[in-house]
Ligand binder design. Structure first.
Ligand SMILES: [Zn+2]
Length: 67
């Protein structure tokens, strides 16, 4: 099941959801509660503020859901 990221149109906060690729459920911003979110393909998304040098992480991209 792929990981998708939704960027809030109101505040810009990105919330991650694990769901089927054809899921059509609504997703609310976890920060402000707005339902106005745009889906991002996390595999191609650049995480803001992400660090590639974080120690103790086995995830090379920083987008692993279990990290
Ligand atoms: Zn928001």
């Amino acid at each position: 099941m792929p990981l998708f990221e939704y960027r809030c149109q109101e505040c810009g906060h990105v919330t991650e959801f694990l769901e089927k690729a054809d899921a059509t459920g609504k997703h609310q911003c976890e920060q402000c509660g707005s339902a106005k979110t745009d889906r991002i393909l996390s595999a191609f998304a650049v995480r803001e503020g992400g660090s590639s040098g974080s120690s103790g992480s086995s995830c090379p991209t920083g987008t692993c859901p279990l990290s």
